[in-house]
Design a protein around this ligand. Structure first.
Ligand code: NAD
Ligand code: ZN
Length: 351
């Protein structure tokens, strides 16, 4: 088969590789119908994720059709159309059973990390992919849900909702500021209303992304190039700060923006993946009684979000900006990697 292979920092190619097959009884092999590229794949290509070794097939998002199942698979069968969760979880280890499948202990040779696809084992940017723990890592796609919507459930919609809205403990009436209006920040804004946020403020450097956010759940937009960006946000509150500030970029400056914006007693939810140390000014923050959260998505809300997508309750169509054939995944990377010019959000890659 063909697959997008990582050959070390800055090097990727669309190669001929051996077809995957069932290895363990709980595995399934899925033919990829639709996949996409994540900001995390760009981090890997920069060499930021040392655990990814040369020769690894990238990708942790996808929708496809099952072509082979191991003898222990009970919930899915050959021919089923499925969403692949970016988290592979066994469903029975102590972490899976206590609500943290992102730290599944059973994953193949990895001590306690559920994100293995396109990271520690071969991923979804390929014609075929082997999925461990198929029963608990694949979700049947309801009739009527298109691949382009379903593929958003592999990672970004659960990430925005779980790490942003749930960890940030958004409550009815809250003012929520989201720093970063990329696909993940937009997923936060698109789901903040589920818990009753009254105002959702999109903050970004890019006016184009702020405009997009206003169509996807943001009630207000603030450009952080403006010298008075903080005053603009505080003017939407009683002056003491936002109830919840959500970081969806992954750099020290934007984490700092969140601790500056949050009100006493509020929440800062960090969603971004950080590649370097971030200063935490406890000398100023301790007296604010704030809660700071962070984490790797669990995708335990995937099934719930899928029901909302099936009922057209989430603005999924607005995420997809570009479409490619699977044999042009190299071109898809070029477009996604140059989002500043291409204005790409999610690039959908289909067979
Ligand atoms: P992205 O790069 O597409 O979007 C980031 C946005 O932040 C862009 O719109 C950019 O203009 C904006 N931005 C950059 N600097 C800014 C600044 N100083 N002020 C305001 N806005 C600024 O990224 P994405 O795909 O949306 O992902 C966001 C983060 O979420 C990444 O760090 C990604 O790795 C992470 N992520 C985390 C998880 C998890 O499980 N925690 C899962 C998936 C992705
Ligand atoms: Zn991802």
């Amino acid at each position: 088969m063909k697959a997008l292979v990582y050959h070390g920092p800055g090097r990727r190619s669309w190669d001929d590789v051996p077809d995957p097959h069932v290895i363990n009884p709980s595995d399934a092999v899925v033919r990829i119908d639709t996949t996409t590229i994540c900001g995390t794949d760009l981090h890997i290509l920069k060499g930021d994720v040392a655990a990814v070794t040369e020769g690894r097939i990238l990708g942790h998002e996808g929708v496809g059709t099952i072509v082979e199942v191991g003898p222990a698979v009970r919930n899915h069968a050959v021919g089923d159309r499925v969403i692949i969760s970016c988290i592979s979880s066994c469903g029975v280890c102590s972490y899976c059973r206590s609500g943290n499948p992102s730290h599944c202990l059973a994953d193949e040779g990895t001590s306690g990390i559920g994100w293995i696809l396109g990271h520690l084992i071969d991923g979804t940017q390929a014609e075929l992919v082997r999925i461990p723990f198929a029963d608990t890592s694949l979700y049947a796609v309801p009739a009527g849900v298109r691949d382009e919507a379903a593929v958003l459930l592999s990672d970004i919609l659960p990430t925005g909702f779980e790490m942003g809205v749930q960890y940030g403990q958004v409550k009815p009436g809250d003012t929520v500021a989201v720093v970063g209006a990329g696909p993940v920040g937009l997923a936060v804004m698109a789901t903040a209303g589920l818990y009753g946020a009254a105002q959702v403020v999109a903050i970004d450097l890019d006016e184009n992304r702020i405009a997009k956010a206003r169509t996807m759940g943001a009630t207000h937009g603030v450009c952080s190039k403006d010298a008075d960006w903080k005053e603009q946000v505080l003017a939407l509150t009683d002056g003491y700060g936002v109830d919840v500030a959500i970081e969806a970029v992954g750099i020290p400056a934007t984490f700092r923006m969140c601790t500056d914006l949050v009100r006493p007693g509020g929440h800062v939810a960090n969603v971004g993946v950080h590649g370097r140390a971030v200063e935490l000014p406890l000398q100023d923050l301790w007296i604010k009684n704030i809660t700071i959260s962070m984490g790797l998505v669990n995708t335990d809300t995937l099934g719930m979000l899928l029901k909302l997508v099936a009922q057209n309750k989430l603005p999924v169509d607005a995420f997809v900006t570009h479409r490619f054939g699977l044999d042009d995944v190299m071109g898809a990377y070029d477009t996604f990697g140059d989002a500043a010019t291409s204005k790409a959000l999610k690039v959908v890659i289909s067979r």
